[in-house]
Design a protein around this ligand. Sequence first.
Ligand SMILES: Nc1ncnc2c1ncn2[C@@H]1O[C@H](COP(=O)(O)OP(=O)(O)O)[C@@H](O)[C@H]1O
Ligand SMILES: [Mg+2]
Length: 233
Amino acid sequence: MNNAIKNQEDSVLSLSGISRIYTQGDNKIDVLKNIDLNVNRGEIISLIGSSGSGKSSLLHIAGLLEQPDAGDITINGVKFSKMKDQDRTISRRHSIGFIYQFHHLLSDFSAIDNIIIPMMIAGQDKSYSQERAMMLLSKLGLEDRKDHLPSQLSGGEQQRVSIARAIANKPDLLLADEPTGNLDSKTADIVFEQFISLVRQENMSVLLATHNIKLSEKSDRVISIQNGELEEN
Ligand SMILES: Nc1ncnc2c1ncn2[C@@H]1O[C@H](COP(=O)(O)OP(=O)(O)O)[C@@H](O)[C@H]1O
Ligand SMILES: [Mg+2]
């Protein structure tokens, strides 16, 4: 297929002219300067940059959690810039999955329930949700941990559960903000490998912030962010 046509048809996320300025007193920080970025279906993109370079800011804007000062966000062909907060929340729930550095699991619920609950909220039936949660847990090597509470899981296991939870509703776009940043390097390697393998099986699109250059090399494209601008590596 012609690349230009493919790009248009298969775009899951498109950012166009995104700018973000933070003001603190008299101080203005141009965190994102007129940024354009396209993520195609099935594509895994790593965003690398030093701490404070704007990775989280870009992910929050792409994930409709924050508004940019300028620019448009298009997810699956739907432009979001001028949407009301309520509509953004509904779209976010359907289209976007988040994985954070710290897991944010519900501490009173088991591993499997942490995955099932967002599926039930999205209106899935119970037996399908249980089956899919179990399938995801077993692909991540956690079948025998399904009834454990988050506090009874290791850091790597907790992070695997939060990966399964983010993937459970088959979002079009997965946004991962330093998903293995809180793990020791050996565990980070394993969890990262499983994460990439799972999102490839599910044909998901991923925008992943990391400052681990070695891990970023497993993605399809690596983009660096510096001084508010993106550069293809
Ligand atoms: N709400 C905010 N108000 C003011 N400055 C902020 C805010 N959020 C982030 N910043 C600043 O914007 C810059 C980019 O932050 P961030 O996107 O968190 O970077 P990264 O995720 O790459 O570490 C930093 O200098 C940070 O201090
Ligand atoms: Mg960050």
